[in-house]
Design a binder for this molecule. Structure first.
Ligand code: PA5
Length: 419
């Protein structure tokens, strides 16, 4: 992975202004403290992850492959976005299809998914750290009846609950009913939990090599273990995010990619940063775009709209597949592309976009990986988790809570209880 800030509009000395060097050292200590109670279990997780649970995940994945054609994962927010991102990026044709539910109150969506699954053998994985999330429990309630109807008394053998190690409704239910249990580690919030059983069970079921994912994360953990702004790309990027707000007044960071497979990863990034930083009236608002599709919808705004945008490109240098254009008719307006590969056209599109947006005053950051693979996915996950945590602390907020989201859940429950 490479971080390129040459089009950020910032000078090197600005990364050392405003006490950033000292603050990064303090943040580094805070993140790497042995006390993980702030929510930092993920920091050394690529090294310390529960190897016994990892083997259990591999065993469960093998069992699911034998017994099922689909895994229905019920989760929302951090309980599904990382898994969905990884599967969209990495899953090859696997015997078991992974389908996500529980991510809304849209019954039509769920009904269509269940209808699609009606003649297929299914295992259900419910993922909820708290075991209290209404979307998840509502979906479980419907799916459980559906499973009972389909498999009679055997349905519990086709359920796996991924939840808190000690407490909560899902753990109690699973213990009572003999349902298989996996653990969301202590002090690891949903959006930082993709490398735990939350993500790796769906990955393993989808045929993704989870050992390689963890190797990539471990490599990132080692490479990003220093507290120097110069050599730690995650900390440099975190400072960059502060500077584009302070120096240029930017309010929004767009994660843009020319790789459609990055769409889910963009959604995970959106949640990671918005839920970690958007509090106390602070934080860049993060959203994600897929190019060139979105150049034909929001490209105009990026170029000439209110100048509040910064853009971070996730650039995949070598595509997995390619095609060479040939025999383009002489009269075609794209005759000049004869002999070119689609990847060359895409690269020109990328470079042209960077140039145009940069000239329009949009600070640009480019994060490149050579190709999409398990190792690079694990690396990127760790890089962004570290960058996001450091960025949140630099901003002066707690990157590991989400008081606003909690509030909506409380209000919704009150409304339902009182009506
Ligand atoms: O990142 C987070 O902490 C949240 O997005 C949660 O993952 C989400 O709200 C679901 O919570 P839970 O796993 O407790 O059901």
């Amino acid at each position: 992975m490479r971080l390129n800030l040459s089009k950020s509009g910032l000078k090197e000395n600005e990364f050392y202004a405003r006490d950033y060097e000292k603050r990064i050292k303090e943040i580094h200590e805070q993140l790497h403290s042995n006390d993980h109670s702030a929510g930092t279990t993920w920091v050394d997780w690529p090294l310390t992850y529960d190897k016994k649970e990892f083997l259990k995940v591999l065993r469960l994945a093998r069992d699911i492959e034998k017994s099922s054609e689909a895994l229905l994962v019920i989760g929302i927010g951090g309980s599904y976005l990382g898994a969905k991102a990884g599967i969209e990026l990495l899953a090859k044709r696997s015997k078991v299809e992974v389908i996500f539910a529980g991510l809304n109150f849209d019954y039509i969506d769920l009904a269509e998914k269940l209808d699609y699954l009606k003649d297929k053998d299914v295992t259900v994985n419910v993922v909820s750290k708290s075991g209290t999330t209404v979307e998840i429990l509502t979906t479980l309630s419907i799916v459980e009846k559906w499973m009972k109807n389909k498999y009679k008394n055997d349905f519990k053998k086709r359920m796996i609950f991924t939840t808190d190690k000690e407490k909560g409704y899902l753990r109690n239910r699973a213990e009572q009913d003999g349902i298989e249990l996996l653990t969301v580690p202590d002090n690891m919030g949903g959006r930082y939990s993709v490398l735990s059983s939350v993500g790796i069970l769906p990955f393993a079921v989808a045929g993704i090599n989870i050992k390689k994912v963890m190797e990539g994360a471990l490599d990132a953990m080692h490479e990003l273990s220093g507290n120097e702004i110069e050599s730690n790309a995650a900390y440099r990027y975190a400072i960059y995010r502060q500077l584009i707000n302070k120096k240029f007044g930017k309010r929004i960071e767009l994660f843009s990619s020319f790789s459609s497979k990055m769409k889910g990863f963009g959604e995970w990034l959106t949640q990671l940063f918005d839920e970690s930083e958007g509090k106390e009236g602070k934080g860049l608002f993060v959203t994600s775009l897929t190019f060139s599709t979105d150049l034909h919808s929001v490209g105009q705004y990026i170029q000439q709209g209110t100048p509040m945008l910064a853009e971070t490109f996730i650039d995949v240098v070598t595509p997995q597949k390619d095609n060479q254009l040939s025999q383009i008719p002489l009269s075609s307006p794209i005759k000049f592309l004869d002999g070119k590969f689609v990847s060359e056209i895409c690269r020109a599109g990328f470079e042209g976009t960077v140039k145009a947006h940069s000239e329009a005053g949009v600070p640009i950051c480019i994060i490149s990986i050579d190709e999409i693979n398990e190792f690079n996915y694990g690396y990127l996950v760790y890089f962004f988790e570290l960058a996001c945590a450091a960025s949140g602390y630099l901003l002066g907020v707690n990157p590991f809570n989400q008081p606003g989201v909690e509030q909506y859940k409380t209000y919704m429950k009150e409304l339902l209880k009182n009506n």
